[in-house]
Design a protein around this ligand. Structure first.
Ligand code: SAJ
Length: 410
């Protein structure tokens, strides 16, 4: 019962850990030697609540280890990045590289699961890469030379991964019925949620659909926020009132949509059918236009001041995390340092110790504490609904120009 997990990032490592915890012998594979060394020492190279305890325990028991070479195993789980290339197409080269590593190790009967978020057809692509190298095998089931290919997209929320990995329902899409069932049986070892078996293309599309659904709904809120402001209407009151209708449930507007899922996945639907994906593409464009709108508003206020000081509250991509990747609020803060004439930006981000490299070499920005930044600021720009901002004493904002993109201080 050996499982190899290829790619030990935010999804691969927790998956390896819960499989090892469930009694499997798990060998993790990562191209980065420093990650491999850390994991073999029972450490986790990133922050995720509850993960390190499980990793340390499983490594100590000899159930989990890491290496850079793909090993022989009974099942393989591919959890590698699928970034963009060209005009928002999915770059499948990491999947291809993983498949090339797996191919020489196969002897027949193995299950190969693709976990990476992928456009429709990616599981078939992975199978074709492997079968291209090993033409003696087939994806037809129940033969001595059968291989079993399946897609099991993850749906865990960063910060709650160790809980959601076990509790959430999973969609599982086999290239054959048998492949889906093998995948289901493997995941039943650690997953208490429902395991819903379908075909690979439907599973691929389901994952993209979930995140596109959220993106379209946030875009609706963001578009409303732009229109409402021009009409002199408080968008948060508007949404709250509309949501009293039993069949209306509008999400919250903000400075844009960040993270590496919701701002990315809808593009994979668009790139798979550019002709008929107008709504999904437009939603992406509406959400991506929001940072520039926030920025113009700040610059308009700043223009009236001689040497404006802007307190930028929050640069993470959402509340109460330290993740700055694909963060619209970080982009706004960086753009402010470039476009604010004779001004200073005071970044307040309670979840980090130092400014990220995007601010390197800039003399008009510093990382500041909340109280201090607000006191020194002419303009207070709230961009993330971190807990310490929620409880901030609003008396201290009275003399300030306040731009509240989250409606936290209404
Ligand atoms: N946001 C808004 N308004 C809202 C809700 C969110 O502006 O009403 C913004 C957030 O501030 C953030 C972005 O959207 O910038 C995304 O945040 P999120 O909490 O909605 O989602 P993620 O990106 O952390 O995780 C999502 C989840 N997908 C869904 O909820 C459908 C998670 O379950 C997925 O596993 C994850 O993407 C993924 O890996 O695909």
């Amino acid at each position: 019962d050996t499982v190899a997990v290829i790619g030990l990032g935010y999804i691969g490592l927790p998956t390896a850990a819960v499989l090892a915890q469930a009694g499997k012998t798990v060998i993790g594979v990562d191209i980065k030697q420093s990650n491999v060394d850390a994991i073999n020492a029972g450490q986790v190279p990133f922050v995720e609540e509850g993960l390190e305890t499980v990793v340390a325990g499983c490594v100590a028991q000899g159930k989990l280890s890491a290496q850079t070479e793909t090993p022989e195993a009974d099942a393989y789980i591919v959890s590698v990045p699928t970034p963009f290339k060209g005009d928002h197409d999915a770059d499948l080269s990491y999947i291809e590289a993983a498949a090339k590593g797996i191919a020489p190790k196969l002897s027949g009967g193995e299950l190969v699961v693709l976990e990476s978020t992928s456009p429709p057809g990616a599981t078939e692509f992975m199978a074709d890469v492997i079968l291209g190298i090993r033409p003696e095998f087939t994806k037809e089931p129940n033969l001595p030379n059968s291989l079993y290919f399946s897609h099991a997209p993850e749906r865990v929320l960063p910060g709650r991964i160790m809980i959601e990995m076990v509790e959430n329902d999973r969609i599982i899409g086999g290239l054959s019925q048998e492949a889906g069932e093998l995948n289901r049986d493997l995941y039943a070892s650690f997953c208490r949620g429902e395991l819903l078996v379908t075909d690979a293309r439907t599973a691929e599309m389901a994952k993209l659909t979930e995140n596109a659904f959220r993106d379209v709904n946030i875009a609706f809120a963001n578009e409303l926020s732009i229109i409402a402001e021009r009409q002199g209407i408080d968008v948060w009151e508007l949404i709250e009132l509309a949501n009293h209708h039993p069949r209306v449930n509008i999400l919250q507007p903000g400075p844009g949509v960040g993270g590496h899922c919701i701002a990315v996945d809808p593009w994979f639907i668009v790139s798979s059918d550019r002709e008929y994906s107008n709504l999904i593409r437009t939603a992406r464009e509406v959400n991506d236009s929001k940072p520039e709108i926030v920025l113009s508003k700040v610059l308009e206020k700043a223009d009236k001041l001689k040497s404006p000081v802007v307190a930028a509250l929050g640069i993470a991509f959402k509340a109460n995390i330290d993740d700055l990747r694909e963060s619209p609020s970080k982009d706004i803060a960086v753009a402010l340092t470039d476009r604010l004439d004779h001004g200073t930006v005071l970044v307040v981000e309670p979840n980090i110790e130092e400014l990220p490299q995007e601010f390197a070499g800039k003399s008009n920005v510093e990382l500041a504490k909340l109280e201090d930044a607000v006191e020194r600021a002419d303009i207070v720009l709230l961009m993330v609904d971190h807990d310490p901002f929620k409880t901030f004493d609003r008396e201290k904002l009275q003399e300030k120009v306040v731009i509240d993109t989250k409606g936290l201080w209404r």
